[in-house]
Design a protein around this ligand. Structure first.
Ligand SMILES: Nc1nc2c(ncn2[C@@H]2O[C@H](COP(=O)(O)OP(=O)(O)OP(=O)(O)O)[C@@H](O)[C@H]2O)c(=O)[nH]1
Length: 453
């Protein structure tokens, strides 16, 4: 009798353990884990961009001593707190006028991918399950440390990049080059979007160096090419992103970062990714959804905000972007956060009025705080077109840094060379994918390494 009980107890324990283990494994499978994603994505895809450090940030407000913008209107404040009068009325000017983004050739409001739509790979192997808090709804995601994030970015540049490197190395490593071969070198550089002026400069420099030193092996050719291309990318301008708070009259002031660019270049995604990095470093962030033309853009930013734990200030659809930007900065100041990131509407550079509106956003924000950083987001896959956009934006607003997105999907990263040279604005960040952590600092050496494959 007692042995029967013994076996009943044994069977019950075995069944209980099996149920617990399978339950935990299923729960583990369902969890979205950035760490798991890293394991799967670590397979190198091509050129091998690997930045040596994390994204570097600098305090805002240090370059120029002047006070932020014109002083608020000296009207008596209705409340006991000092109030900056809202400088933006509702938008009567919209009626019958071009509105933000309405000159887009192809409306791209629908088929936007949000960060939620990006499929994460299934885990490849089961690890010891971690504690899962039952009933937790929408937890704030754990954000990967900068070191882990950068490690995962290894190899995210597309295969086509190494084709560029290989053809150049093949030409230069082949000993004395005849004119046809130099023509091929030139064509290869042009096709990678380095532009005529930069290409001529690089070819001249290569010719000089080849005359001066013996290049016989492919390793020597690589070294030479690396040196010349890296030198062409170097700039004295600071590459750190001015997104850290500073003090004004002894009071903490958040850094204000405007993110601008043409529709679809990846502004919202970049804003979200940047927020993640700042939060991962212990910062607090307010996001301003000043892309009021496209309702989905505000939702998209809201999703990022929910995921990283940043509050989002948004306006009604069609509201004045400057008003939303103003409110975001106001909230950032009153909450004492470290950074306010403002995602602006996608403006096509062909409409002067729309570009003026971007200038207005900046002016209005500066009624309360200086704008520390204006990041212009350019889509690397658009090549020369991106450069044309950059020129116009630089005329309208003081662009302080470039973010080059979608480098994972193009061989046209050569626009980096041109944009820096022409505008004198440093490329600060690169987007290497749609994933939440696919943002890296731009480093010339690492970039050229990736180009050469
Ligand atoms: N492959 C790749 N896709 C990216 C990258 N950055 C953004 N994207 C994708 O590009 C698409 C457009 O990105 P958004 O962030 O919505 O672009 P946007 O500039 O805010 O667009 P508007 O709100 O219309 O002005 C989305 O599908 C993003 O996932 C990148 O670095 N690599």
């Amino acid at each position: 009798m007692s042995s029967t009980w013994f076996w009943i107890v044994v069977v019950a324990v075995v069944v209980l353990v099996a149920v617990l283990v399978s339950g935990l494994l299923i729960a583990r499978k369902r969890r979205i884990s950035i760490a798991e994603q890293r394991e799967v994505e670590e397979k190198p895809k091509g050129g091998g961009y690997a930045a040596s450090g994390g994204i570097s940030f600098a305090s805002g407000g240090t370059a120029v001593e002047e006070k932020p913008g014109p002083a608020p209107e000296p009207e008596p404040a209705p409340s006991p707190e000092p109030v900056v009068e809202h400088p933006v009325e509702d938008r009567p000017e919209v009626d019958g006028q071009p509105a933000v983004g309405d000159d887009a050739a192809v409306p791209r409001d629908s088929d936007q991918r949000t960060v939620r739509d990006v499929k994460l790979p299934e885990p490849v192997e089961e690890e010891a399950p971690e504690a899962v808090v039952p009933g937790t709804v929408e937890p704030i995601e754990e954000i990967e440390s900068p070191a882990g994030r950068l490690e995962r970015l290894r190899g995210r540049l597309s295969k086509s990049r190494s084709v560029f490197g290989q053809s150049l190395l093949g030409l230069l490593g082949g000993g004395d080059l005849d004119e046809d071969s130099w023509q091929d070198v030139e064509d290869t550089l042009l096709m990678a979007d380095l532009g005529a002026a930069t290409t001529t400069q690089i070819v001249d420099r290569l010719r000089d160096e080849l005359n001066r030193r013996a290049v016989r092996t492919s390793a020597e050719a690589r070294e030479l090419l690396h040196e010349v291309l890296t030198a062409s990318l170097s700039t004295d301008a600071e590459r750190s992103v001015r997104a850290l708070p500073h003090e004004v009259d002894g009071k903490k002031q958040p850094a204000v970062v405007l993110v601008a660019g043409v529709n679809g270049t990846g502004k919202t995604t970049t804003t979200g990714k940047l927020a993640r990095v700042l939060v991962a470093q212990g910062g607090t962030v307010v996001l301003g959804a000043a892309d009021t033309f496209r309702a989905a853009a505000a939702d998209q930013l809201q999703t990022w905000g929910d995921r990283v734990g940043a509050s989002v200030v948004r306006g009604k659809e069609g509201a004045d972007p400057a008003a939303v930007a103003f409110d975001a900065v106001k909230q950032g100041i009153s909450e004492g956060v470290d950074t306010v990131l403002v995602d602006t509407a996608g403006r096509l550079h062909t409409k002067t009025g729309l570009m003026d509106e971007l200038g207005k956003v900046k002016r209005v924000v500066e009624k309360q705080a200086r704008v520390d950083e204006v990041l212009l987001v350019l889509d690397a896959t658009t090549g020369q077109n991106g450069l044309a956009q950059a020129r116009v934006f630089a005329e309208v607003i003081d662009v302080t840094g470039i973010v080059l997105t979608k480098l994972d999907g193009t061989a046209k990263g050569g626009i980096v060379f041109q944009v820096q040279k022409e505008l004198g604005v440093p490329v600060k960040l690169v987007g290497l994918g749609e994933g939440p952590d696919d943002l890296a600092p731009f480093e010339p050496g690492a970039f050229v390494d990736a180009l050469l494959g």
